[in-house]
Design a protein around this ligand. Structure first.
Ligand code: NDP
Length: 423
C-alpha cells in the first residue's frame, strides 16, 4: 500500500513525515515545513518596497501524480478550497490509466526592439537581417555568462506590424526565466538596429508571449474507467468532450475553462517561486492565437479512450527572481525532486490538464456545486468564529439550512453554544 494512502486524514506533522520519507527531503526542507518557516524579514524587506510584513497562504500537497512514468508529489499554494482535493482526485484517476505524458521541443525566450519612424520598411528589414550574425554576437557579448552555460542568442527575426518594425531576438536562457538576460541583450542591440533601419527605437524588452517555450501534456483514459456502469461512463466521456468543444466556441465558457486550468497551474507556479503574472499573460495571449479566445485544452474520444491534451507556453525557471530566497520555495523544489526547468514546465502542464479533467468531470456529472459547498460551509463556519471542535457541526447544519451564508453561520454557532451551555 502507498505511504500516501489516507493522506488527507493525517495530521499536518504526519503528512510532513510521510512526504519527507517518500520524497527523501533534506533535513532543511523538513524543518522548513515543520516550523512553517516563511521569508525572513531581512529578505522580504528587500524584495518589495514599503514592506510591512509577509502574507501567508496554505501550502498543500497533491501526493501522487504520474508524468512520463515518474511519480511526483505536487506542492501547491492556493487559497481556494477544493483545488488540491480535485487535483489529487484527477491525478489518482489518471494514474490508473498510466498517467500523463509530455512533449517539449524547444525552450527559447523572445524579446523585442520596437522601431518607429522607419523611412523604408523593406529596406530596413533587409539591412538588419544582413547583419544578423554580428547582431547576435553583440547580444551575446552583453551577457557572456549565459553563453558559457550553453545558452545565448540564437536567432533574429524582423516583422512589420503597421507603423512599427519589430526586431525579435530569440534566446536560449537555460534554467532562468530570462528577463534580465533578454533585457541586457536587447538594450545592447537597440541603437544598432535603429541605425540600420534609419529609424528610432521605442523600447527594448522581453515578451511574455513565450511561443517558443511551448509544453504539451496529454493523457489517455479508458472510458470504462470513468464509471462502474459502462453507459454512464460513455456519457461522462461524451459530455467531457462536449464541454471541451464548448470552450472552443464560446469565450464566456473558455475564460472559465481556462480559469480551472490555472487553479492548478498558478498554485504550483506560486509554490515554485515563479512569476505567475508572466505565465498567465503568455497563456491567455496563446489562448487567443487565432483571433478568438479559446479553451487551452482539448478532450476527445478516440476509440475506447478519452484523450486530453493541453498545450501552453511555460517559460518556467529553476533559478532567479525570488526562487533562491524563499525557504518554502526551496522545500517545494525538494518535494518535486529538484527538477530542471523543462521537467518542471512539463509537471506544471500536467497539473493544469489534471485540474481541468477534475473540474470538467465534476461539472458534467454531479455538478461542481456539491463538493464546493461542503468546503465553502467550513470556510463560513470559520469566518463566523467557530472553534476547531465546532467547525464540522456548524458546517453540517449550514449545508442543511436554506441559505448557506455568513449570517446563517453566525446564527447556527450562537444556537450551538447556547445549547451546549444549557446542557
Ligand atoms: P534573475 O536575473 O534573478 O536570474 C537569472 C540569472 O540567474 C541569469 O541571468 C544568470 O545570471 C543566473 N543563472 C544562474 N544559473 C543559471 C542557469 N543555470 N541558467 C540560467 N541562468 C542562470 O532572473 P530573471 O532575469 O530570469 O528574471 C526573473 C524575474 O524577473 C522574475 O522575478 C520576474 O518577476 C521579473 N521580471 C519579469 C518581467 C516580465 O515578465 N515581463 C520583466 C522584468 C522582470 P548570470 O549569468 O549573470 O549569473
Amino acid at each position: 500500500m502507498s505511504l500516501f494512502s489516507g493522506f488527507y486524514k493525517k495530521t499536518r506533522e504526519e503528512r510532513i513525515a510521510i512526504t519527507a520519507d517518500s520524497r527523501q527531503l533534506s533535513k532543511q526542507s523538513k524543518d522548513t515545513l515543520l516550523g512553517d518557516h516563511n521569508l525572513p524579514e531581512a529578505i522580504a524587506g528587500k524584495m518589495a518596497e514599503n514592506h510591512l510584513g509577509t502574507f501567508a497562504l496554505p501550502f498543500s500537497l497533491v501526493p501522487q501524480l504520474i508524468l512520463d512514468g515518474i511519480e511526483y508529489s505536487i506542492p501547491m499554494v492556493t487559497e481556494e478550497p477544493s483545488v488540491v482535493a480535485a487535483c489529487s482526485f484527477g491525478a489518482k484517476m489518471i494514474a490508473k490509466a498510466g498517467g500523463f505524458t509530455s512533449q517539449i521541443s524547444e525552450r527559447l525566450m523572445i524579446g523585442q526592439v520596437a522601431l518607429y519612424d522607419v523611412p523604408d520598411m523593406a529596406k530596413a528589414q533587409e539591412a538588419i537581417l544582413a547583419q544578423e550574425d554580428e547582431i547576435l554576437v553583440h547580444a551575446n557579448n552583453a551577457h557572456p555568462s549565459i553563453v558559457e552555460r550553453g545558452g545565448g542568442a540564437r536567432q533574429l527575426t524582423v516583422e512589420q506590424k503597421e507603423d512599427f518594425l519589430i526586431v525579435y531576438l530569440h534566446v536560449d536562457v537555460q534554467e532562468a526565466m530570462g528577463a534580465n538576460i533578454l533585457n541586457n541583450m536587447l538594450e545592447a542591440i537597440k541603437e544598432e538596429v535603429a541605425d540600420l533601419a534609419q529609424g528610432k527605437a521605442l523600447m527594448a524588452i522581453l515578451s511574455n508571449y513565450a511561443t517558443e517555450s511551448l509544453v504539451t501534456a496529454s493523457c489517455r483514459i479508458p472510458i470504462k474507467q470513468l464509471h462502474i456502469e459502462p453507459h454512464i461512463a460513455l456519457e461522462i466521456a461524451q459530455n467531457l468532450a462536449r464541454a471541451s468543444q464548448l470552450a472552443q466556441v464560446d469565450p464566456y465558457r473558455a475564460a472559465t475553462h481556462n480559469k480551472g486550468i490555472f487553479n492548478g497551474i498558478d498554485a504550483l507556479v506560486l509554490a515554485t517561486g515563479n512569476d505567475w503574472r508572466a505565465i498567465e499573460a503568455g497563456a491567455h495571449a496563446y489562448a487567443s492565437k487565432d483571433g478568438a479566445y479559446r479553451g487551452l485544452s482539448i478532450w476527445k474520444i478516440d476509440h475506447n479512450d478519452l484523450v486530453g491534451q493541453l498545450t501552453i507556453p511555460l517559460p518556467i525557471a529553476t533559478v532567479g527572481g525570488s526562487i533562491g530566497l524563499n525557504p518554502k520555495v526551496q522545500a517545494a523544489f525538494d518535494i518535486l525532486g529538484q527538477p530542471k526547468a523543462k521537467t518542471l514546465a512539463a509537471i506544471i502542464a500536467a497539473v493544469g490538464l489534471c485540474q481541468n479533467f477534475a473540474a470538467l468531470r465534476a461539472l458534467v456529472t454531479s455538478g461542481i456545486q456539491q463538493g464546493h459547498m461542503k468546503l465553502h460551509a467550513k470556510t463560513l463556519a470559520m469566518l463566523a468564529g467557530a472553534l476547531e471542535h465546532e467547525i464540522d457541526q456548524v458546517a453540517l447544519l449550514l449545508r442543511q439550512a436554506p441559505h448557506t451564508n455568513l449570517e446563517t453561520a453566525h446564527a447556527i454557532l450562537a444556537k450551538i453554544r447556547t445549547e451546549t451551555k444549557e446542557e
